[in-house]
Ligand binder design. Structure first.
Ligand code: UDX
Ligand code: UDX
Length: 416
């Protein structure tokens, strides 16, 4: 059992703190947000992460998990201190490390025999720079948590990556028998995180452009990607076209790696192309809708899905919101339904797909919530005039929606 401090109680920090407590460690989790700390002391978890609330409840009940406001108690007297503070996109696309530096300003509170662990996604070279300003070893230990699967990904990781001195002491905290541990340099561990996320982003932008080509040549992207995925060098994961990739990581990490490459004097056109391809997707969705509905000014459009992906309530960098902004700019009359999202700034959010469809000209499927594949299509069609579905996720059953009277426009497919 180790004494662990976690700085930052967001998706990453809270999952880290609760899971380490579950593994038997003594954890103090600090956050600057008083309201968040008070809520967490009542085991009120704002993020939609299966299993996380139960872990927080258990940690509080056993006394292995405590929440504090301010970093002091999570820095002093701890064997390991994990930094899980935000590293958002800064002005030039590079990661903004001000939150990391703010914690370092209290670095004097660290016990001499403790280890500082950078779990926040930081540009290659950050840990080495941090090591110059603190008197303890600094280890890079990036997270590979997928939203909606964060607890599973933490407790049953596919790999543990650590870099720097005391790396193996950090990897031993996970007690994950049989899980590959990659011990590398600090800069190597920092780069693995960006390299992995950016590769996923490139793969997604590739399939989104492939879908656009399929539409023009009359191929079905679902058939093409299924066949591609049978090659185990390619695999089927992350080959589903959509309205673009979003979330708090891929958009931030692609821009941060591109900025880091530029700073290192390395031209990385593939990454820039993946970003610009992604920026194009919401425009493609709106054009597709305009083609089938006509002028969008005053047209009532029902958005099915707002979160950046299914299984989460996270709206950060959601492509659905980018589409909504473009539609609103053209004067469309928007109403939205998302099973995980009850409110979104500037949007009318209702409580069911039926409520959203009422009087709408078109349904626009933007988030791959499974329930959107099993709606009551005849009932929805009855509440719409000349009903249309634009499905950016190829989720809805074509035969059923056409039978119910909808015109269907999919992604990368011939329209039935
Ligand atoms: C974020 C980034 O998404 C991730 O890429 C990075 O590796 C870690 O930070 P996330 O947990 O999603 O991860 O951030 P968020 O949900 O915004 O939570 C950050 C928490 O840190 C907030 O509760 C905030 O109040 C807190 N915080 C922020 C501090 O405690 N101290 C600070 O100085 C800044
Ligand atoms: C990502 C990485 O997957 C994870 O390993 C890392 O630790 C954090 O960033 P996350 O941000 O939760 O996780 O989202 P992810 O599941 O990767 O999805 C990213 C975006 O790609 C979403 O908008 C999703 O809808 C989209 N996506 C994903 C597709 O459009 N098609 C796919 O086939 C898969």
């Amino acid at each position: 059992m180790a004494r662990i401090g976690v700085i930052g109680a967001g998706y990453v920090g809270l999952t880290t703190a609760a899971c380490f407590a579950e593994l038997g460690h003594d954890v103090v989790c600090a956050d600057v947000d008083e309201g968040r700390v008070r809520a967490l002391r009542r085991a009120e978890v704002a993020v939609l992460e299966p299993g996380l609330t139960a872990l927080v409840e258990r940690g509080l009940a056993t006394g292995r998990l405590r929440f504090v406001r301010g970093n002091r108690d999570a820095l002093a007297g701890r064997d390991f201190v994990f930094l899980c503070v935000p590293t958002p996109t800064g002005g030039d696309g590079a990661a903004d490390l001000s939150a990391v530096h703010a914690v370092l300003g209290e670095g004097h509170l660290l016990s001499p025999d403790s280890v500082l662990v950078l779990k926040s996604t930081v540009p290659p070279g950050t840990a080495d720079t941090v090591a110059d300003v603190v008197d303890v070893p600094v280890v890079s230990n990036p997270e590979f948590l997928r939203e909606g699967h964060a607890v599973e990904d933490f407790l049953r990781p596919q790999r543990i990556v650590v870099g720097g001195p005391a790396a193996r002491r950090v990897s031993a905290l996970y007690r994950a028998e049989g899980v590959p541990v990659v011990v590398t340099s600090t800069v190597g561990a920092e780069l693995v995180k960006y390299a992995s996320n950016c590769f996923l982003a490139v793969k997604l932008s590739y399939v989104n452009s492939l879908a656009e080509l399929c539409e023009q040549v009359g191929a079905d992207v679902e058939d093409v990607t299924a066949a591609m995925g049978l090659d185990d060098r390619i695999g089927t994961a992350f080959l589903a076209p959509g309205p673009g990739w979003g979330g708090s990581c891929l958009p931030k990490d692609t821009r941060a790696l591109l900025a880091a490459a530029e700073r290192a004097g390395v031209d990385f056109p593939l990454l820039g192309a993946a970003i610009s391809t992604n920026d194009h997707q919401p425009h493609r969705v709106v054009a597709k809708l305009r083609d089938v509905v006509g002028p969008l000014e005053g047209a009532r459009i029902a958005l099915l899905g707002l979160a950046f992906k299914a299984g989460t309530n996270d709206l950060r960098d959601s492509p659905a919101l980018a589409v909504a902004d473009l539609l609103a700019a053209e004067g469309a009359d928007l109403v939205a339904y998302d099973p995980g999202v009850l409110a979104a700034a500037g949007l009318r959010v209702v409580e069911s797909a039926q409520d959203a469809a009422r009087g709408a000209r078109a349904l626009l499927v933007l988030t791959e919530w499974p329930e959107f594949a099993e709606l009551d299509w005849p009932s929805l069609a009855q509440d719409m005039s000349d009903p249309v579905i634009v499905d950016t996720r190829n989720l809805v059953p074509p035969d059923k929606v056409v039978e119910a009277g909808f015109r269907l426009v999919g992604t990368g497919r011939r329209n039935p």
